[in-house]
Design a protein. Structure first.
Length: 689
């Protein structure tokens, strides 16, 4: 017998499709739903979540799949289901409303009750099916809200208007002057106070990766010479990689840790977290030279290649936290399971190394794998060398991974989000630039080509099974432009730089807010009761901050001052907010660091193996405030001022390192490149070529 379905069966979102068999008369966000609400004068119940959200699954099972609850919902409301990853504008606006109703708390599933004019008049997050822990039951909430809308319309209207007025409150005034280095120093001081010296990271439980803050600390450490900034960043990355938040077998990181020591994760895996962390670990490798950081980066990227990449080259969005109805079941182990997979001798080593015991460190005496002690202590306890320990652990990892592959896998959200693909393209392109692994460049290019095939004039928001969900938002544009710039530096193919310039011009035409910044939504998007926020980082970097960095890089690469001037306008527009909330704007701090400089422009003349060795030397050290241009593999170089007059020296490829358009003498040996880069960035005096 076929199960009855609702309107969500035609959706592209895996999250909406998860609800297609609910007895709730769900609509996707659509004019049909909104028109019916107006025609019938019926309030809207808006439910927002995403496919890998554990509590979203719980609320579906408890309430949305329950016939009695669904009957009540269908009688009293027009019910709309939204994937927050597909419509981040709707999610952001109504999450602000949830926080107003709950005293600053928010989360998913998000439950918002709207008037037919889309004004929120009551909101919350997860509601249990019956009264529990001081929370009312969902059916009770439904009835009370419907009664209020019917019988106390004046109160509802006043509440809705107050909320909308708060959502529409004007942005902070722009600074009279462009932000300066005091903001960087102030942000570092705050992060230093928040830093957890015992476990790394910032604050207590729960702990999130804070990748943008880590990248800022690495930049600040280089700028200021403050070794504490660098050590805070490196130690945070070390402790995360040793924790249960890091998948010790398959690579990749879970969403966040529920405890202070990074042991117990919320088990979902998100593409964006792993894109940002891959870049952070790559930067840590450049800073420290420690192979450990390189290996964590490549494990992330290899996991994405293996499990999160579609046949068309696009990167999937997320892996669920749950499998077989239990959070984390796919990832946890007992000693007996490890012995069955590897044999008793290998199991003894693995259990000691990964902190596995009979009592367990997670639910039902199971164990999350982590590395609570240094390899030297474990090797000494086992009476073997560190090299022998490493060999056993690596072989054991492969055996456990093969055994785990036979388990029921967590659900996969296979939609392609343009912004998140841009972040992952950047990770692969930058990893290729530093590590010179051709397969990484190929991965980055394949994903970019997919975005361009389905959005040649500008990005879509999401893509699944050949269907796009609608036009891209500011972060989709900004992250893809950043990806084009990184692809250019990884390949020197002029096409990517041309695309970055073309899309930047279109972005400004589509999103300019008239006050120096950019709106999150463009002219193609529908009008909502308030504007989505744009300036603060969330779990992903702000689109406006990313694009500020894009424009600064374009200015350095092309020599065209208009790009830098546009970036400066946004820095001025964000100045007050950057002073007030600097640690919620890590990406903008990195852009400000680039703006303040010093930055260097690098030109590589030549092709072939000798030039490749020079390129490797250019990207090996951690010098974030640089741009690199060069001759493509074939054909002529683009008409860039940076490349004009940059020719071979004798018959040898050469690197020209410049600062503010004044260049050092060209170098032709890889061992001279770092010295030239350091001289250009750190020395106030430069000799003219």
């Amino acid at each position: 017998m076929e199960r009855p379905t609702n309107r969500l069966l035609q959706a592209t979102s895996p999250y909406l499709l998860q609800h297609a068999y609910d007895p709730v008369d769900w609509y996707p966000w659509s004019e049909a739903a909104l028109a019916r609400s107006r025609q019938e004068d019926k309030p809207i119940f808006l439910s927002v979540g995403y496919s890998s959200c554990h509590w979203c699954h719980v609320m579906e099972h408890e309430s949305f799949a329950d016939t009695e609850t669904a009957t009540l919902m269908n009688a009293l409301f027009i019910n709309i289901k939204v994937d927050r990853e597909e419509r981040p504008d709707i999610d952001d606006i109504y999450m602000q409303a949830v926080q107003l109703f709950t005293g600053g708390h928010g989360g998913w599933p998000m439950s918002v009750f709207l008037t037919p004019q889309l004004e929120p008049f009551f909101a919350g997050t997860y509601f249990p099916p019956g009264p529990r822990h001081g929370m009312p039951g969902f059916k009770t909430v439904l009835q009370l809200v419907a009664d209020a809308y019917k019988e106390r319309r004046g109160d509802v209207a006043r509440t809705a208007q107050q909320v909308v007025s708060a959502l529409q409150a004007s942005r902070p005034p722009a600074e009279a002057e462009t932000p300066d280095g005091d903001i960087l120093r102030g942000a570092f001081a705050i992060l230093e106070r928040l830093y957890d010296p015992a476990h790394g990271g910032f604050g207590g439980a729960p702990k999130f990766p804070h990748s943008m803050d880590v990248s800022f600390l690495l930049r600040y450490g280089r700028r200021s010479g403050d070794s504490n900034a660098t050590s805070m960043a490196l130690e945070t990355l070390r402790r995360m990689a040793a924790g249960g938040i890091h998948d010790q077998l398959g690579g990749g990181f879970h969403r966040y840790a529920t405890d202070a020591r990074w042991l117990v994760p919320h088990f979902e895996k998100m593409l964006y977290d792993n894109a940002l962390l891959a870049r952070a670990y790559l930067e840590a490798f450049q800073v420290s030279g420690e192979p450990f950081f390189r290996d964590v980066c490549t494990r992330i990227l290899d996991w994405v290649s293996r499990e999160m990449t579609g046949p068309d080259g696009g990167f999937y969005s997320a892996l669920d936290a749950d499998s077989e109805g239990a959070e984390g079941k796919y990832y946890v182990w007992t000693p007996a399971e490890i012995e069955a997979a590897c044999g008793p001798e290998t199991a003894r080593v693995l259990c000691t190394y990964f902190g596995v015991s009979g009592s367990g460190n997670f639910e039902a005496h199971t164990n999350i794998l982590w590395v609570p002690r240094a390899a030297s202590f474990v090797a000494a306890e086992l009476g073997i060398t560190e090299a022998a320990l490493e060999n056993v652990v690596e072989a054991g990892r492969r055996e456990l991974l093969a055994a785990r592959a036979r388990r029921v896998r967590p659900g996969l959200d296979d939609k392609v989000v343009a912004a998140w693909n841009g972040l992952m393209i950047r990770a692969y392109a930058q990893a290729h630039a530093v590590l010179r692994l051709p397969e990484y460049r190929a991965r980055a290019e394949a994903a970019a080509e997919l975005i361009l095939r389905h959005g040649p004039q500008g990005p879509f928001r999401t893509l699944r099974q050949g269907r796009t969900s609608g036009p891209g938002f500011l972060d989709d544009w900004a992250c893809m432009i950043a990806a084009f710039l990184d692809l250019y530096e990884a390949s020197f193919a002029p096409r990517w730089l041309e695309l970055a310039q073309e899309w930047s011009a279109r972005l400004d035409a589509e999103f300019d807010d008239g006050a120096g910044g950019w709106r999150y939504t463009g002219s193609q998007h529908e009008k909502l009761p308030a504007a989505a926020r744009n300036s603060l980082d969330t779990s992903t970097p702000s689109g406006g901050s990313v694009h500020t960095g894009n424009l600064l890089r374009l200015g350095l690469l092309t020599g065209e001052e208009r790009w830098r001037e546009r970036a400066e306008r946004n820095l001025r527009a964000q100045g007050m907010e950057l002073r007030q909330a600097s640690t919620a704007m890590g990406e903008m701090l990195c852009a400000l660091d680039l703006y303040l400089g010093p930055a260097c422009e690098v030109a590589v003349a030549g092709r072939g193996d000798e030039a490749a060795a020079l390129v490797r030397a250019v990207f090996a050290p951690y010098i974030p405030n640089k741009v690199v241009a060069g001759w493509p593999d074939a054909g002529s170089a683009p008409e860039l001022a940076l490349l004009q007059g940059r020719s071979l020296v004798g018959d040898k490829p050469a690197v020209y390192v410049c600062r503010e358009h004044v260049c050092l003498a060209p170098v032709t040996r890889a061992d001279q490149v770092r010295q030239a880069l350091e001289k250009a960035v750190l020395s106030p005096a430069r000799e003219s070529a």
